[in-house]
Design a protein around this ligand. Structure first.
Ligand code: LLP
Length: 390
């Protein structure tokens, strides 16, 4: 990012903060749209829902909404953020194993596009609430396809032992139970197998499972309106400049090729849309010489970006102030937690107190997972487009 981040402009701002490259976000959204329309020529055969859990910054959401994306929300709070960005209720899906009653009420009253329902117990509550409100709620069953062990074990979601969805072998019973409920309408099937998936052939077993579930519904003479295949497409954390836009074409094509259905397909992408455009900008507080390591102690910490601490996730780190020869550092935050480390043995241009450090590809699950631990303020966000920095 050296050269592209205008250090002087933000010299008086408190670090750490998030910095979003709005041109890259727009390019990503344009390429996403192109990949989608070139894969599925028929206009009504698709809808991408942006997963707000990846980032609910209102400025970014406004842009995402402007490109016509729907929203995948996990709480009533996220539903409100989606609405504020101008995403219509009909383009909102509501997913989550533990939906709260007040959030269900909100979603029913808005008439959101779809509840992605994860258990019969949850469906009963939605049915009760919708009955009391004299409404009918559209839902999809989230099916646990029992597959997938991707990038990091903490974030696989589609295996039997995971809490997510209804096991595929129990789908028939769930459908039978749903038929008896008058205020809910089964409209689709929903899946989500994991995240940071770079090898798109990992989606082939999912397609096979979906085909199997569709066969089952056919034998039960149940017709649905669409399939939601979830999200999970990964990005290149190691080389953010080589391939700044994710491979949306391969992603869409694998479903086009392996799903045996004419039903409209919905997608729920988060990381691949926003991760590359965000960086966490911090400053070096101290350079400390240890016995075996040099430490670059920066003012950013796991409270602004928890991914390295939580999942040992890799983010590229750059000293964007210094041009001096590279040295090896452990890049650490100031918090008294063993895991408050951004990278070990990282080669950085020689660091000095006050140098700016960019932690790249932090636009997804960065700002949205920030916390107040240690009474630290939540990070601010700035944008490459000056019209957005108010
Ligand atoms: N749909 C559902 C039902 C999800 O649970 C998720 C993410 C997505 C869509 C979007 O997945 P994506 O396209 O972003 O991979 N905090 C972790 C990631 C957790 C993902 C949770 N679910 C991280 O920082 O890597």
């Amino acid at each position: 990012m050296k050269g592209s981040f205008p250090i002087e402009k933000f010299a008086s701002e408190r670090t750490p903060f998030y910095y979003y490259d709005i041109n890259l976000l727009r390019t990503t959204l344009a390429e996403l749209g192109n990949a989608l329309t070139s894969t599925y020529e028929t206009a009504n055969i698709k809808q991408v829902h942006f997963a707000l859990k990846a980032n609910f910054n209102p400025e970014l959401l406004n842009i995402i909404a402007h490109y016509g994306l729907g929203a995948d929300c996990a709480t009533g709070g996220e539903i409100r953020f989606a609405l504020n960005a101008g995403i219509p209720p009909s383009a909102i899906v509501f997913t989550g194993v533990g939906k709260r009653e007040e959030d269900i009420r909100l979603a029913v009253s808005l008439g959101i596009g779809r509840f992605n329902v994860e258990s019969v117990a949850e469906l009963e509550v939605i049915n009760e609430i919708a009955t009391s409100m004299k409404k009918r709620a559209s839902f999809s069953f989230r099916v646990n396809p029992d597959m997938g062990a991707y990038s990091y074990a903490n974030v696989t979601t589609g295996m039997t032992e995971n809490k997510f969805g209804i096991h595929h072998s129990m789908l028939a019973d769930a459908v039978t139970a749903a038929k008896k409920m008058r205020s809910v309408r089964l409209c689709g099937l929903h899946f989500h197998i994991g995240t940071q998936i770079l090898d798109t052939s990992d989606y082939i077993p999912l397609c096979n499972r979906i085909n199997q579930c569709l066969e089952l519904l056919k034998t039960m003479q149940v017709t649905i309106k669409d399939i939601n295949v979830g999200g999970g497409l990964g990005i290149e954390y190691e080389h953010p400049n080589h391939r700044p836009v994710a491979d949306f074409t391969s992603y869409f094509q694998v479903f086009k090729k392996h799903l045996r259905t004419d039903l409209p397909i919905h997608f729920e992408l988060g990381r691949s849309i926003v991760a590359p455009c965000g960086a966490l900008i911090s400053k070096v507080l101290y350079v400390k010489e240890g016995l075996h390591h040099n430490f670059a102690i920066i003012d950013g910490s796991m409270t602004e970006l928890i991914r390295p601490a939580l999942y040992s996730a890799y983010h590229r780190i750059e000293n964007i102030t210094s041009d001096e020869p590279e040295q090896e550092y452990d890049v650490v935050g100031p918090i008294s937690e063993h895991s408050d480390v951004f990278g070990k043995s990282v080669m950085l241009n020689r660091c000095h107190r006050g140098d700016y450090i960019a932690i790249r590809s932090a636009g997804a699950y960065g700002e949205s997972m920030a916390s107040h631990f240690n009474c630290r303020p939540l990070p601010k966000a700035f944008f490459s487009d000056d019209n957005l920095n108010s």
